[in-house]
Design a binder for this molecule. Structure first.
Ligand SMILES: [Fe+2]
Length: 125
């Protein structure tokens, strides 16, 4: 299980950054479009949980993941990722595709999905 994620987003352009080591300067921070990036909340209660939480099933040493979410031009799941002790694998999606991917199974994996409007969602496998 991965306990800590640190994603930041540009409030202006929507750029998304996974921070491996954050800036600790007093009045500094990671900047995009002239402003500090803002923290991305995980599994926000403000948006529909059932449409964003990845559903998963393990079969034949593979994790099959589905996110029951629209895949429209302006609102879709941009990517689904699997984090575990071996590292991470990210599968990128496009509007019109189904939000279905698979990963090699490893014990204590974490699945993240990213909705371009509603942020990051994760489940433990
Ligand atoms: Fe969404």
């Amino acid at each position: 299980m991965i306990n800590e994620f640190n994603f930041k987003k540009c409030a202006k352009c929507g750029a998304l950054v996974e921070v491996l080591k954050d800036c600790t300067c007093e009045n500094c921070g990671i900047v995009c479009c002239g402003e500090k990036l803002v923290d991305v909340e995980l599994n926000s209660k403000d948006f529909s949980v059932e449409k964003h939480l990845p559903e998963w099933e393990v079969k034949d040493n593979t994790i099959f993941v589905t996110v029951n979410h629209v895949m429209e031009e302006d609102h879709y799941i941009e990517w689904i990722a699997c984090y575990n002790k071996s590292g991470k694998v990210v599968k990128y999606l496009k509007p019109g595709q189904e939000a279905k991917v698979s990963f090699e199974y490893e014990k204590d994996s974490t699945i993240l999905s990213y909705c371009n409007k509603h942020g990051l969602w994760y489940v433990e496998v």
